[in-house]
Design a protein around this ligand. Sequence first.
Ligand code: ZN
Length: 512
Amino acid sequence: MKNIFIFDTTLRDGEQSPGVSLNVKEKIALARQLAKLGVDCIEAGFPIASPGDFEAVRAVSQSVEGPIIAGLARTSEADIKRAWEALKNAERPRIHTFIATSPIHMKHKLKKTPDEVLKSAVDAVKLASSLTEDVEFSAEDAFRSELNYLCELFEAVIAAGAKTINIPDTVGYATPWEFGEFIKAIRERVPNIDQAAISVHCHNDLGMAVANSLAAINNGATQVEVTVNGIGERAGNASLEELVMALYTRRNYLKADTNVNKGEIYRASKLVSTLTGMLIQPNKAIVGKNAFVHESGIHQDGVLKERETYEIMNPAMIGVPGNNIFLGKHSGRHAFKMHLKDLGYDFEGEVLDKAFKSFKELCDNKKIVLDEDIIALIDTEALKGPETYQFSYLNVSSGTNIVSTATVGVNVNGVLYEQAAIAKGPVEATYAAINSIVKQEFILEEYAINSVTSGRDAQGEVVVKASYQGKSFTGRGISVDVIESSARAYLNAINKALNMTKNYSSEKAEGM
Ligand SMILES: [Zn+2]
C-alpha cells in the first residue's frame, strides 16, 4: 500500500475563491481542524500578498502543531524572504516557490524566455534551500508546458535542492488518461527524479480534478494538493474528501491510502462551508446533504436489509453526527464547557462566557438544542473578527399588503445608534436601516438562507455577499429569527470589509 501525502491548500488556493475572505482567527481555527483531520501539509497562505496573509501564515506557523506548514512564494528574492519570515517559527516549515512554464504564460504574463524562467526557478530553489531543507517547486501551468523543457527544468530544480516537484494542471484542461501519461513521462525522463517527491495540483474546470489526481497517483505521484469541499479559483481544486474516500474505498484496486483521520471529514467540511459562506450542493459526493440519503423505495428496503446493497461507504465513518441532544436549558457552565470540549472546542474566560450566553438564549427560543445547533452557533459567532458595528436589537413590522418597517440598533464603540426604514419586505427594510447607520456604500450581491437542523423552531443561517469598493465580502449570521440572522449576516460582511480593506493588496489573486 502506497502512502499518499495530503497537501491541503484550502487556506491558500481555497481562500482565492471569489468572494472568500477569512480573518486570522478563522484561519487558525481552520488550520487546527486540518491538523486534527491529519493532513500532512497545510499551505497557510501567500505571505507577500498582503499583511493579512503574512500575519495568518505566521500565526498558523506558531500555533498549529503536527502538519508541515507551507507558505507560497514567487521566485523573487523578496517573496522567498517574506515567506521564510512568516514560516520560520513553524515546527516543520516548507517554502513553496513557483513560476509559470507554459509558452503562453512565459510569453504573455512573465515576458521572459524559457532560459530566464529556468534560471529564476533554480535561483529561487537555491535561496529557499539555504533557509530550510523542505522546499517545494511548482511549475505553474505545467500541463500546457512543453514536456522536454519541463523535464529539463525539473532536473535543474531538483539538483538545486527541491525536495518536491509539483505539476499543476492550473487551468483544469487535462483528462485522466493524458494526465497519467504526462506524469509517467516526467517520472521516466527526469534523471534525478528519485531525489524528489512528485506532486500534482489539479483544477476542476471540467469536473476531472479528482480523477486526474488519481491517474497521477497511479503513475507515480505521491503527493496531491487538495482543498476541503473542493473550493478554489473558478470551479475549484481537487476535493480532499473525494480523493481521500476514493483511495480508501477502492484501496484494494488503487493500492494507496492516506493518513487522514476520516472521522473528522464531515466536521472539516462544515467548518469550511460556514467560514467561507460557500454552501455545499446537496448532491456533493461524500459531504452533501443527500450523499447518504436513499429516496427510492427499492433502495430503502435494500439498505434496511443489508446496508451494502446500495451503500459503498458508511456515513458514520466520515463523522456525520447523529441527532445528539447537546444539553438542556438547566445545564450549568461547567457541563457546557465539558460538552464543548467533546465537540472539539477548548474555550476559557471571555470566549466561554460569550458562548454560554448564546447557548442560554438559544435554549429560550428552541425546544431541543442539538450538537449541530451549537456547532453552527459557535462557528458563526465565536470566530468573528473585530466588530466595528455590533448588532444590538431589531424591531420589524411586516405582513401582506403593508409596508415593512424596521428599526435597528447597532453599537459602535459602546454608543447605540438607531435608525428606522421602510421597504417592500422586512429584510430590505432592515438593510436600509443598517445602511443609514453605516453611511457607506455596500451593495448586496447575494443572499442565501439555510436551516441548521430540521423542525419548525430550527435556527436559520443566513449567508450574504456584499461588495465594497469593488470587492466582495461574505458575511454570515445565525438565529432562530431569520430577519435577525439577516441583519447579523449583513453586519458581519460590513465589519469584514472594513477590517480587510485595511490590509488588502491587488497581488492577492495570484497563484496556481
Ligand atoms: Zn491552484
